[in-house]
Design a protein around this ligand. Structure first.
Ligand code: SF4
Length: 343
């Protein structure tokens, strides 16, 4: 990616005040301002800011109310407050010099992975990627990857790809080229300007005609809550009631303790036992438990009861149970069983 991207950048790069005169301070302020704000809106603020606070020490010593007034119209005022807090740390702990170190930068208020990468690569020439939503979109399209960009684990993968593509001699230019490409060519939505794109010849999304489908951003699915009452039923001879789950669906084909929908009170649970043709000898224990699956959450009420009768249920001895897979969703019931058998 690097060679065609940098050749394109050298001709088409945007002329921006923080690019003409580069310093860690100016890169940092510009990147914070550019969060959630367009370049055109940032420009007059950046000029005013640099006039009023030409150095990190000046910002650290500034009056907060005056700073917030200057920020008025940019929104997200916590950005301004964090800028000043970070400036105070840099002044106090680093003698006014930004640390050229990822961890140290990340520990400053308001600086995350992207901003740290931008400062290190642009102002210090360090080979660190700066991956934001624009870069994720470009990487997803160039590689044709449908890995969800909202998933933290996938972000790491994309970041590793960006790192692998980063040229050691011009990391800052590479990161800025991606920023410019994302804002001018590889636009979000169905119609990126592939005809003008320097990466078109190696872009998998373009070759496969799926630019409009990438990147994938899977909406977070709400987990569907389900309530059930789990019965740990033991006979005096030690046999326990178990049944096999249906062969399709959640926990298909695995064994489970008998259960019914809903959270039953003890009186309702007693009626359920009678319906199964069982007589309760002793109510041993009750508990509540929760188990979270990918799409479903089980909220469970559990009852351990010593019963007589076979009812409609199937009963298994301890030896038989050792061969059976009882899923961890029922872990609490299994633990209670262990406790009761140990008594
Ligand atoms: S070819 Fe199109 S989809 Fe691929 S990176 Fe370029 S603009 Fe984006």
């Amino acid at each position: 990616m690097a060679r065609p991207l940098l050749a394109w950048y050298d001709v088409n790069r945007r002329i921006l005040p923080w690019r003409e005169e580069v310093s860690p301070y100016r890169t940092w302020v510009s990147e914070i301002m550019l969060q959630q704000t367009r370049v055109a809106a940032v420009l007059p603020y950046f000029h005013r800011f640099m006039e009023r606070y030409p150095t990190v020490e000046a910002l650290a010593a500034g009056d907060e109310q005056e700073l917030l007034k200057l920020w008025e119209g940019l929104g997200y005022y916590s950005r301004a407050r964090n800028l000043q807090k970070a400036a105070q740390v840099v002044t106090r702990e680093y003698g006014g010099q930004f640390p050229a170190d990822y961890k140290a930068l990340m520990s400053l208020p308001g600086i995350g992975d992207y901003t740290a990468g931008a400062i290190l690569s642009i102002a210090f020439g360090a080979p660190v990627p700066a991956v934001d939503g624009n870069v994720l979109r470009i990487l997803s399209r160039v590689t044709g990857s449908d890995l969800d960009i909202l998933d933290a684990k996938n972000k790491k993968t994309y970041r590793a790809w960006a790192e692998a593509a980063l040229p050691a001699d011009r990391p800052g230019a590479f990161n800025q080229a991606l920023m410019d490409l994302g804002s001018a060519i590889c636009l979000p939505g169905p119609s990126p300007r592939c005809g003008d794109c320097p990466l078109a010849h190696l872009c998998a999304a373009r070759q496969e005609g799926k630019q409009a489908l990438l990147p994938v951003r899977a909406p977070k699915k709400e987990k569907r809550p389900e309530e059930l009452t789990v019965f740990l039923l033991r006979r005096p001879d030690g046999a326990v009631a178990l049944r096999r789950r249906p062969s399709t669906g959640l926990l298909a084909g695995l064994w489970e303790y008998p259960n019914t929908p809903g959270l039953l009170t003890e009186a309702q649970a007693a009626r359920q036992l009678a319906d199964w043709g069982l007589t309760a000898l002793r109510w041993e224990k009750s508990w509540q438990a929760r188990h979270v699956f990918t799409h479903v959450r089980w909220d469970m009420q559990g009852y351990a009861v010593t019963v007589t009768g076979d009812g409609e249920l199937e009963w298994y001895t301890e030896d038989q149970r050792r061969q059976m897979a009882i899923p961890s969703a029922f872990e609490r019931a299994t633990r209670v069983l262990g406790e009761l058998e140990g008594e």
